[in-house]
Design a protein around this ligand. Structure first.
Ligand SMILES: [Zn+2]
Length: 388
């Protein structure tokens, strides 16, 4: 079956996908391209409306009634074009082993590779047990609206998910054993307006917000043995007059990002933060609420079947073990694993300049990734069968 993998297919598809602008918010054309590709493979594609015209796509193939359910997944969107590109970001260009283009690494190469492996798997369906799905979602680079919506579909029944994000498992980009979460919240202080020459007659929401933020800075962070401590960053503070006037500010708003580690629930953290406003008896009225996007942290055991199968496949192809690490960042796996509790493997090719100009993917790594995806899926779907 491994001989049926065709790198040329992947490069052609990847080049076509790079030529489609799918920056966040504009994913629809790429969704249509993948839909057409899947329909040509003879499968039924489902489209899921997420926001406006933006749609997730997925297809599910059952090989047998019983058996494991594995889902391939990726995001359709890319970051916008930034300054400094030496080539046309919407035209794939090959220089030696590197294929350049916006999204070439993050993550149209992962999508193209998963599509190719999906094609090979469904054309050999009679040898397989269980269920395989392919899914592609919108909005990963922003609010993860697509991943959240996908968990409202049958894909939520998956036993494991493979995301083709560019983590090759080398020392530079180790596989996720877990990830931090994040809590985004808004604090609104309501004071009382008065003439600014008589500030004592009013309640300054800005003064109270400053006191609140100073206290917040002193709040200790929980130490996690694998992740270390969380942290926080005040992203925005706004308050005071809209049009110049001598007024004691009656309202002030702050938006704060809080990195969380496993064991810290969003509710627990918010409750602690709320006590600061109460304990300090600040005269302003405080309203504190969680806003989007917030994500749950997670840890995955290497004993999860998907990891065991992956490690075996990785070793067979690359003759070494993959590196694993606990990451301080957010991906759609925070939705699939952190929220929906589905073990998720993040693995994809090597490349350069992620979220930068002159992004490229290394084709040699893509070749290995194809084989590893296929072997992992075969190990997972039909563990007792030897495949050539
Ligand atoms: Zn990505």
């Amino acid at each position: 079956m491994i001989n049926e993998l065709n790198l040329k297919n992947v490069i052609n598809n990847l080049s076509e996908m790079i030529a489609i602008d799918s920056t966040t918010g504009k994913e629809q054309k790429l969704a249509e391209w993948i839909t057409d590709y899947l329909i040509d493979l003879g499968v039924r594609v489902k489209l899921q409306k997420v926001a406006g015209k933006r749609q997730n796509i997925y297809t599910i193939c059952h090989f047998s009634d019983e058996g494991p359910f594995l889902t391939f997944n990726g995001h359709l969107d890319t970051i916008p074009v930034v300054d400094g590109w030496k080539t046309n970001p919407f035209q794939a260009e090959l220089h030696k082993d590197c294929l350049f283009g916006l999204g070439s690494w993050d993550m149209k190469s992962g999508l193209a590779a998963l599509l190719e492996v999906f094609r090979v798997l469904i054309s050999n369906g009679e040898a397989l047990k269980g269920t395989i799905a392919f899914s592609a979602v919108v909005d990963e680079e922003a609010y993860s609206l697509g991943a959240k919506a996908l968990m409202q579909t049958e894909i939520a029944n998956s036993d494991a998910i493979i995301i083709g994000e560019p983590w090759f498992g080398d020392k530079k980009r180790p596989i996720f054993s877990g990830s931090t979460g994040k809590l985004l919240y808004e604090v609104i202080a309501k004071g009382k307006a008065a003439h600014a020459f008589e500030p004592g007659k009013g309640i300054s929401a800005i003064d109270d917000m400053v006191k609140f933020l100073n206290k917040l800075e002193k709040l200790p962070f929980k130490n996690h043995s694998l992740f270390g401590k969380g942290n926080q960053c005040v992203l925005k503070v706004a308050g005071g007059f809209k049009q110049y006037s001598l007024l004691v500010p009656e309202e002030c708003t702050a938006i704060i990002n809080r990195l969380t580690v496993p064991g810290e629930s969003a509710e627990e953290v918010l409750d602690k933060i709320k006590t600061i406003a109460l304990d300090n008896r600040l005269p302003s009225r405080f309203k504190i609420r969680r806003i989007d996007p917030s994500y749950e942290p997670y840890i995955l055991s290497k004993e999860e079947p998907i990891f065991l199968k992956f490690i075996n496949a990785y070793q067979r192809v690359l003759h070494r073990l993959p590196n694993f690490a606990y990451h301080r960042m957010i991906t759609d796996a925070n939705i699939y694993t952190g929220l929906a509790r589905i073990p998720t493997l993040i693995f994809g090719p090597e490349g350069n300049s992620i979220h930068m100009a002159n992004e490229c993917v290394y084709l040699n790594s893509l070749k290995a990734v194809l084989k590893i995806y296929l072997l992992t899926a075969l190990n997972f779907l039909s563990p007792d069968t030897e495949f050539e």
